[in-house]
Write a protein that binds this ligand. Structure first.
Ligand SMILES: O=C(O)CNC(=O)[C@H](CS)NC(=O)CCC(=O)C(=O)O
Length: 278
């Protein structure tokens, strides 16, 4: 059994305040015996104003949230997935990275992953996102090794591109992480179904820490996220649902369930090539 600590946040556009809340919940998870703790997408700052982000975000090397959470992981001896941080980069267009970090109990960065699929979507007339204007998409899928299993890294909108999850599972992933800031509207319609589908298709545990509630009202009145941090078993059962309040969920997962689910339905081994007659 591995004890998972899943953190739901209502991050503001103030990275210092967000760090305070996040660190407190990470410590609470460690105190409760969690071995692996996960935070949502853009844990450090939810903001769609590029001007504001330019003021408050740092490069990876100087980012105070990353440094502080690495230290917390080390002091508490836990594995920590920082679901993602908005970070400055040397992108020629000045775009940020939406980057996840897997931190070891020694406080080392064991893996980093830049979100591949950009959320360029009109959710409604008043709620439009052009993530690729502000963020530079990644080009590399990542599977990272831990003592409790291999972790396939994804972020938020990646959830809608099952090719990625299949590639991660085929590369050995037993746990898929899907930190998110799903919109309230699309979350209501799709969040549980998409996460359960990815778990069922791959025979992986899916761990999905989420942002929740209203964010950064000054610059972005409509920004509202869905919450419902979830843990899904490899058979597709919802083992935990964090609801809409920020806080901590604790769930024990049994990695043997991965092999059991894949034995019952070995679809991961049954891919076939085909042509499309159109
Ligand atoms: O903008 C930031 O600061 C961080 N990025 C996000 O919150 C991103 C892009 S706006 N949100 C999503 O990917 C939501 C996906 C979603 O809701 C869906 O697929 O339905």
């Amino acid at each position: 059994m591995t004890k998972i600590g899943l953190i739901t946040l209502n991050s503001s556009d103030d990275p210092r305040a967000n760090l305070g809340v996040t660190r407190e919940l990470v410590i609470k998870a460690a105190d409760a015996g969690a071995e692996f703790v996960l935070t949502p997408e853009v844990s450090n700052c939810v903001s769609s104003s590029r001007a504001h982000q330019k003021q408050v975000l740092f490069r990876e090397e100087e980012d105070p949230t990353l440094a502080a959470l690495r230290e917390t992981a080390r002091l508490r001896g836990i594995w920590l997935l920082i679901g993602s941080l908005g970070l400055k980069t040397d992108d020629p267009d000045g775009r940020f990275a939406n980057r996840s970090f897997l931190i070891s109990p020694e406080g080392e960065i064991k893996a980093r992953y830049d979100k591949i699929h950009m959320f360029d979507v009109d959710v409604s007339e008043t709620e439009k996102y052009r993530e690729s204007d502000g963020y530079r998409p990644g080009t590399k899928a990542v599977v990272a090794e831990t003592p409790f299993g291999k972790i396939g890294m994804t972020i938020c909108y990646d959830l809608r591109f099952p090719k990625l999850h299949r590639a991660l599972a085929k590369a050995g992933a037993q746990i898929l992480v899907a930190p998110a800031a799903f919109t309230a509207v699309t979350g209501e319609a799709h969040w549980h179904s998409l996460l359960r589908a990815r778990a069922i298709e791959t025979g992986c545990f899916v761990l999905a820490p989420a942002q929740t509630g209203h964010h950064a009202e000054k610059v972005d009145v409509n920004r509202r996220t869905y919450g419902h941090s979830l843990v899904i078993s490899p058979w597709g059962e919802v083992l935990f649902d964090g609801g809409v309040e920020p806080g901590l969920g604790l769930v024990d997962i049994d990695l043997d369930e991965v092999a059991r689910a894949r034995k019952r339905i070995p679809s991961l081994l049954h891919d076939r090539d085909f042509e499309v007659d159109a």
